[in-house]
Every structure is written in structure tokens, then in C-alpha cells.
Design a protein around this ligand. Sequence first.
Ligand code: ATP
Length: 634
Amino acid sequence: MLKDPWQRILLLMALVFAVNGLFLLIFPPTEQEPVAQIAYSRFKNELSRERIAEVTLQGEGLSGIFWEPLSLSSEDVVAAQFEGIRPYKRFRTNIPPFGDPGLIAFLEEHEVVINVEPPEKTPVWVNLLANLLPWIIIFGVWWYIFRRARQQGGMGGNILNKFSKSGARMYTHKASSKTFRDVAGLAEAKQELQEIIAYLRNPGKFERLGGKMPRGILLVGPPGTGKTLMARAVAGEAEVPFFNISASQFIELFVGVGASRVRDLFTNAKKNAPSIIFIDELDAVGRSRGTGLGGGNDEREQTLNQLLSELDGFEPHDEVVVMAATNRPDVLDTALLRPGRFDRQVVVGRPDWRDRVKILEVHTRNMPLADDVNLEIIAKGTPGMVGADLEGLANEAALIAAREDTDKVFMIHFEQAKDRQLMGMERKLFMSDQEKHITAIHEAGHTLVAVCLPNTDPIHKVTIIPHGQALGMTQQLPEDDRYHYQRSYLLARLAVSLGGRAAEKLCFGEYSTGAQNDLKQVMDLAEKMVCQWGMSEKIGPLSFSRGEEHPFLGLKLASEKSFSDKTAWLIDQEIEKLVNAGQDCAEQILSENRDVLEALADSLVEEETLDQERLEEFFKERTLTLPDKSQTES
Ligand code: ATP
């Protein structure tokens, strides 16, 4: 058949022309005598002049014949088809709607032949067609859309069916092809999941002994730590099919679709049991109920209710394990975490450096690594990075090596990839000498404060080459993984962040817009110190949530502000105090070491980037005036 719509339109037009031609051939148009449509007054006039021979009355219409053809100009004829004067033998006129009682007598008086015909009746089929046509068109359009949707919905599918399908991707254990060998580190999580694997491999054994396996397992951890990977590996190890869906896929425009998708997912999984259902981003539907605003959340709640009832509705012989992942277990509806539902939580945390080595080993398995590559050094230099970051890093290193056309991936490629991940892509931006100088002073300010203060992370790199949105960058990297942040460390961090701005004020006498991001970070940090970590003496060990969550996402509205106006005022005072202390500290360090600040800025303008080694060399040659202890701990 013709696929191109234009071809179809052309074909249709050709058909219409052909039918029309055929019709004209069979019923050729007859040459008809012209009929003048005249005004009623004119008709009466001609009648009184004895010029009319015959009339035919039909409803409100009156037609007739003149004794002799009458020459009428186009002005005499209502809606004349022709220009100029023309003789007419026949005429037609309309009787006024209120009638003309004397007409018949008048006609008889002038001896006109009177014919009467019943009013023209519309044929039944025309009436029928007129009534049915709109319905035929509506039905035709509907049928067309329905057929198209069926075709697109696949074999045997229809549009409603398509919406209610869960959309989950099913992997057979061969297609899933992930095992614990692909998951590096995470030893405790693997340990906890061994039991589930054993159950899925041999469900009968557990049931015989009357044991009940946990149905729902919640994998909790920051993004990119390998939760999806872990769930797939469990399916791979147990050799069972794996149904993967993201909770956000349940939510559609139409109410009720989410619930039917949940039903479809569970029905499919039960059909393929033993199997694993994995719901990613569970918080997308699993947030606490009754807290949202607007209609959109009703759909979410219906979906959640359906999910809860499906979790309850398992028969003992349904060998289906439901795994879900979230990085916000705190916002989940408590009903989801009740015994019998997601009652077992497995933490998939950030890897420590030893696990990072293992993750790097997994992702460099198939790479030709040069002898100088030391994964341990890379792992130690990437604190805070998760599996997804490390996978990206290894990949980026391979891409850089390919771009440089080397036959192996060298350590330098990993270093470059790390910088790219930490600082963003380098941006080619023309900067005037003046701009470069301002950026250099700003970055030198951060660096110098960081070097002078105890309790700060070493500087990994400082640069005035624009990266991402930033014009320059001072990159600090902790020497080791940090799990605790002490007050003195955070105070130093505030001072370092404010160092750039303080340096600008010191050298140029005014601030520039370059510190926007620094100020945001400072504000966030100071607020957390006061409101969440109890680090303000005046406020003490109290915790307040202050605008850290968006109520539209389902957080309890009541908890948005859990303190009095007086406390709010005190919080503001304490935040201000912390930020001012940081600023004073930075200003003092920089003014006492102004010559070093300017020398560092000059080196930056000259070399553009200074790495850790180069910085050590720079500071070795200089004496710094360090702040006294009381100042750094206030
Ligand atoms: P999100 O919460 O954003 O969905 P996630 O925790 O589910 O993230 P995954 O999608 O499983 O993270 O991980 C992303 C990628 O990171 C995986 O494709 C995997 O290659 C890599 N990765 C993460 N953790 C590990 C690990 N422990 N071992 C090996 N690779 C890992």
C-alpha cells in the first residue's frame, strides 16, 4: 500500500476526478431555458399588463410563463446570471411569507392558467443522509484513530492496553548477565543479599521449613553507588528473570494508569516466577501520602495504594522478590516500610578508597593500561566519588588516550580525566589581562587562606582557565575519606570560600560579581551548621528544617517551619555571625600576607594552572604569617 500521505492524497484526487467525469458522461448537462428571478411587485405589474400566460404555485414559490419573451435587464432580475438585457420566457418569484389573499382572484381576473403543485418534498434518503452524515464522519475518524493506535500498539494491542502496560523491561538471567563479579566492593550488601539469592534458587527448601522470605528489599544509598547494578546482579546470581522499571514510569497523564501499570507489572512477574521486580527511584511514587498539592498527586497516591496492595497480595507460593531503590528513605510513606513490605533495608553506600580501587579494576578490565597506571593512587585521589563517577572517569581516560592516539592508557590520562570530572570541561574564552588579573587575585585569595589555616583540605589544583560556568577554580581534595566534619573544619571552609572575595576587596578596593557561587556555598553551609548540626552556641542542640525541601514534592507542609519568629531571628543572627567570622578571618590572613597573595596571583597569570607540587614549591620559598589559634576556632 501507499505509505507516503502525499501519494495517497493524489490518488484520492484522481479518483474524484474520474468519478466526476464518468457522471458527466452518463448524464450530460441539458441546455436549459433561462429563468428570470423577478421581484413580486414586478410580477404583479406584468400580470396587470396581461403579459403572463400561466403560473404554477408550489409552496411559497411561484413560477410562470410570459405570453411573449420579455426583455429584462440584469437590474430587473434578482441575482442575474448574465450582464445586459436578455429576453426571458420563464420567470420565477416568491410569494411574501405573510401570503397574498387576493392573488388567486387577481390571476383569475387576468385569465391566467393556474397550476398548483404540492410543496417540494426532500426525498427520504436525503433526509436520512443529512441526519446520518455527521455520525458517519465522527465514527469514521474515530475508527481511523483506533486502527492507527492498534497498529502502533503492536500485534493485538490497543490504545488502552498500551497505556496500562507497565513498560517494565524484562531481562532473562542470560540477558541480565550481571553477577556479583561486576559489582565491586559493597561486601556487606552482598552478604545480606546472599539469602535472597539462595531463596530464589531454591524456593521449595525455605517453604518446606516453614520459613518466610522477606518480600521487599529496599536498597538505600546516594545516586550512582550501584543500586540498580546490585539488583541486576542478584537476578544474575539467582538466574531468574529481572523486571526493571523506574517508579516515575508509573505516572502518566491519565488518572488510573499508574495503578494499572503496577498491576500489570506484578502479574507479569508472577507469570515468570521465580523472578525479581526492581523499582528504581521508589520515592517518585512512595512519598508520604496526603501531603501533596493539586490533582497530580492523587494519581501518585492511587499508584502507591495499588503498590501497597500488590505487596500484600502475594500468595506464599508466589516466588517473586521486590527490590526497590531510593536515595531518600526519609520521605517514604511509613506504610511502605511496614513489616511484610519493604521491611529489609540494605545500605549501598559510598565506596571507601579500597572499594574505589576495586571499582576501577572492574571498569579498566578491558583497557590496555600502561605500567605507570596506579589505581590505588587514583582511588586515593578521588574521595567522595561513587561507582558511576569512577566508571565515567575510566571511560574519559580511555577517550583522552584515543584522542591522543596512544596504544595504551597512561596515568596522565587518568589525571586529566579526574580534573575534567572535578572541575568540568575547559572553556575557550578570551579574557583580557585585567580580567585575568582579577580572576588570579580571587583564586589566589582562596588558595592562600586554605594554606594558612589548619584543618583544611590540601589544594589539588588552582587555575584561571575557565571551566564550566566558573572563570577560575581552586580545587581542594581531602587526603582521605571523611565521614565527620568538625566545627573547626567547617569554619575554615567558610573562610576559604570567602577568601576570593576578600582578596578582591584588598587589592582593588571593591568586590566583583565573581563571588556569587562562593556566597551561595557559604550561606548553605552556615545555615546547615546552625539549623541542622547544632554548631551555634546560642541556639544549641536543636534542629530546624529551613526551606531545605520543596513542599510540592510531598514533604509534610507542617514541618516547613517548626520554630517561632524569635528563633528565626536568632537563626539569622547566628548565620550572620558565622559568615562574618569567616570573612574577618580571611581578610586578616590576606592583609598580613599581601605580598605572597600578589606573588601567587602573578604566578597564576603567568602559568595559568598550578598543581599541588608546584604550589608546595611556591610556598617553600616564602614565609607566611599564620593566624593565631583563637582566631581559627572562634
Ligand atoms: P541511581 O540512584 O542514580 O539510580 P544507582 O545507585 O542505581 O544510581 P547504578 O545505575 O547501579 O547506580 O550505577 C551506575 C553505574 O555505575 C553502573 O552502570 C556501574 O557500571 C557503575 N557502578 C556503580 N557502582 C559500582 C560498583 N560497586 N562496582 C562496579 N560498577 C559500579
